[in-house]
Design a protein around this ligand. Sequence first.
Ligand code: NAD
Length: 319
Amino acid sequence: MTTIDADKPRDTVDPKMIDGKAIAKALTARVAEGVRAFHAECGVTPGLAVVLVGNDPASEVYVKNKALQTHRAGMRSFMHMLPETTEQEELLDLIGRLNDDPKIHGILVQLPLPTQLDPVVVTNAIAPHKDVDGLGEVNAGRLSLGIPGLVPCTPLGCLLLLRSVHRDMAGKHAVVIGASSLVGKPMAQLLLREGCTVSVGHVQTRDPAGLAREGDILVVATGVRGLVRGDWVREGATVIDVGITRVPTETGKTKLAGDVVFEEAYPRAGHITPVPGGVGPMTIACLLHNTLEAARLGAGLSAGGLLEADGTVGLERAS
Ligand code: NAD
């Protein structure tokens, strides 16, 4: 068996490996350039507000990382850390103020939320033009209707990773395992727009392994560590592993693991993303991208980024 480990640093470029870190870096540089141009044109610096409720350590790390990257891209970052006991009215009140604040162009409420808060109500309270996570009903509806809008960051990132290896996805069978509103469903919509034949598996799917094996493209987003074994992967398929589970290591620290058993899937896959270093960095880069898009649209400029008029996403494709 090939003994390749997604965690180990690699000295040479591996043509099978989809390097999310490098692609995210390129996208972030492109956003930073867009931010400078936007400021030169309108005198406005895009601002992103991130709201975190409670003190989940993993969420805190994500949120701080988002703030850091936002600054690096030349945008303003506004962090709102609320206690675990926050009531829905208080959170809705904050979102209302952020909606009205002209310095803020994008608002993201970090999920999951404590149980007293309804994520659907909270997400829908964000003004659609500031909904940079694209999870509200207006942007979700636009995505399904093919109208340009703000597209959820993780599936958008997955699409860009797929485009880095597929010049044209039309006619391919794309299988998405996981059907959440955050990842699986919007991913399926984006793949449909690429011209793929799309199948979506979920926890009630009778033979997810058999379904996965049908996929020329396989996107997995379940949160079940190691669900996808080598024999789930069609020979030559492109595998995108969205899953993130924190697992303890022998040294007492934690490391991230995906939904795919990487060392089994790697020999069969044509291309594959590692965890970490695959989808994760793309999610943040796409959040920055969406914030710039929101600011441009707010200033009455046409979206200058990756979303094309037909709602597809236009970053460089594989040649
Ligand atoms: P979720 O719990 O909302 O949805 C999970 C989906 O997987 C559901 O549709 C469920 O039916 C399906 N599922 C669960 N067990 C299954 C099984 N045994 N067989 C087939 N389908 C099964 O999760 P989510 O928010 O979509 O996130 C999924 C994973 O992606 C998590 O690990 C999450 O941490 C990760 N994630 C990563 C990023 C990133 O930036 N890399 C972003 C968002 C989510």
